[in-house]
Ligand binder design. Structure first.
Ligand code: SF4
Ligand code: SF4
Ligand code: FES
Length: 369
């Protein structure tokens, strides 16, 4: 097949930048990386890009295709080539470009290291002939985070990092959750304190672009939500973002509604709210602000309160609750998919069953004895 590519060439030493067009003859199963190899081998040996494993494992080949980050070795070109579309290929965003499609990963690794991505010892050691076994339920909390290959595709697309380069970012925070959620780690509280500070958890805009672009299904935004839930559960809630989230919960529990007029004072404090008074009065005059008193209580508020109590009772008000929600959603999607003609669901051995839990024993003999 004939594959057209438009590649942004860049030389950081001279600042020269140009969009160059190439056309290559490639086999039908070719990936974007294969096509770049053909360009380099046959048309222009000066083209710079990174690669290693060629099979979505090493995380080297992150770049942008038509403005969105991809792993070049994951994207098949057949459909695009058949449609006559020549995609624009450029370097990843939010990282300095060294040459063509190669970015300087140093800022990425600095944030990665700042998360102290190793276990802080302190858990009870099992007896000599036994190993530490973590229950499936606890592993589910960090399963997705453990899949990260450090490719940087999420960082490339992060809105917060674009406006605040010091923001820890989706990859680093997902890595942080990998250790916060590990029951063997002895520094959970210190980590949550660190990640809740300025440029941390609460500076995420929740744009979800990182979830959309991650090629490994890590869903970094979900990891950040888990960190937020764990921080609040641990009483680390001084940040405005945490206060904001706390008020959502309190408001829903007490009235079944979000009481927006009280959101600003509860989140930003009284002094800041007074400064916003003129703006608030303008909204009230236009009928955009409901009167705060008496608070409007939803008809079904008892259900909302019961739900709150149930979550507390089950101890799933931290990351576990988010995992439970994800599983419930995926089960719904699964069922809707089947109802729409995807075949019958026996419910047996379904990949997205919520209650996969092989056991809770704290220790087990080596070799499965
Ligand atoms: S959801 Fe948050 S971390 Fe993810 S890309 Fe958006 S701002 Fe960045
Ligand atoms: S979270 Fe996903 S996109 Fe981000 S570095 Fe890890 S694998 Fe890549
Ligand atoms: S070359 Fe290793 S992930 Fe693409």
């Amino acid at each position: 097949m004939q594959v057209g590519l438009k590649i942004w060439r860049y030389d950081s030493t001279t600042g020269d930048r140009a969009l160059k067009e190439y056309e290559v003859d490639a086999p039908e199963e070719a990936t974007l990386l294969d096509c770049l190899d053909i360009v380099k081998d046959r048309l222009d040996g000066s083209l710079a890009y990174r690669k290693s494993c060629r099979m979505m494992i090493c995380g080297s080949c992150g770049m942008r295709m038509d403005g969105g980050a991809v792993l070049a070795c994951k994207v098949r070109m057949y459909d695009m080539a058949s449609a006559g579309h020549a995609p624009v290929i450029s370097a990843m965003g939010n990282l300095p470009i060294v040459k063509d499609l190669v970015v300087d990963m140093e800022p990425f690794w600095q944030k990665f290291k700042a998360m102290k991505p190793w276990l802080q010892p302190g858990y009870d050691q099992p007896p000599a002939d036994e190993e530490h076994v973590i229950s499936q339920e606890r592993m589910n909390v960090i399963h997705k985070e453990s899949l990260c290959i450090n490719c940087g595709c999420c960082v490339s697309e992060c809105n917060s990092m674009e406006s605040d380069p010091e923001f820890l970012g989706p990859q680093a925070l997902a890595k942080g959750m990998r250790f916060v959620g590990d029951p063997r780690d002895a520094a959970k509280t210190e980590r949550l304190d660190q990640y809740s500070a300025e440029h941390g958890i609460w500076d995420c805009t929740r744009c979800y672009f990182c979830n959309e672009r991650c090629p490994k299904g890590v869903d970094p935004r979900d990891a950040i939500a888990k960190l937020g839930a764990e921080a609040m559960k641990a009483g680390i809630d001084e940040d405005m973002g945490a206060k904001h989230a706390k008020w959502f919960v309190h408001s829903a529990k007490t009235t079944g509604w979000l009481r927006e007029t009280e959101l600003v004072p509860k989140t930003q404090g009284i002094v800041s709210s007074i400064k916003e008074m003129k703006f608030a009065m303008g909204l009230a005059v236009k009928g955009k602000v409901p009167p705060p008193f008496p608070p409007h209580v939803a008809e079904g508020v008892k259900e909302s309160r019961a739900l709150f109590e149930l979550v507390k009772e089950q101890g799933v008000d931290g990351a576990l609750g988010i995992v439970q929600g994800e599983r419930a959603l995926s089960r719904l999607e699964h069922e809707v998919g089947h109802a729409a003609g995807g075949g019958g669901d026996t419910g047996v051995g379904s990949r997205d069953q919520a209650d996969v839990s092989p056991g809770e024993e704290p220790t087990r003999k080596r070799g499965g004895e």
